[in-house]
Design a protein around this ligand. Structure first.
Ligand SMILES: [Zn+2]
Length: 110
């Protein structure tokens, strides 16, 4: 019976040595792709994001000062969601992307 115990303790030592190699273990970890629900949630969040635009022409690029409409001098600003801006389709979505807005405002206004 001692033979079995020897085999067992050797196997456990090997296992300890093996699990100590965390780098190798990490390489085998698979990153779970986002589920459809998670992708839909992310899209909903993005579509519901508020964007500040010129109240006259409803363009973020105008408010950002990249393109100034003729009434921008006296225009107020208003807030529209990404969903509204997309359906208005007045300018390229890049003009009010998260990155672009963060660049203009210095940080995200939320
Ligand atoms: Zn404007």
């Amino acid at each position: 019976m001692s033979g079995f115990n020897d085999d067992l303790s050797r196997a456990m030592r090997e296992l300890e040595a093996e699990t100590g190699l965390t780098g190798r273990v990490g390489e085998t970890v698979e990153v779970r792709p986002a589920t459809d629900d998670e992708q839909r949630e992310a899209l909903e969040r993005e579509l519901g994001r508020d964007v500040t635009v010129c109240a006259e022409c409803l363009r973020a690029s105008c408010w950002h000062g990249e393109f100034m409409c003729e009434r921008s001098r006296d225009a107020n600003v208003r807030t529209l969601t990404v969903r509204q801006l997309r359906s208005l389709n007045l300018e390229h979505p890049d003009n009010y992307s998260r990155e672009r807005v963060a660049e203009v405002h210095g940080s995200e206004p939320e």
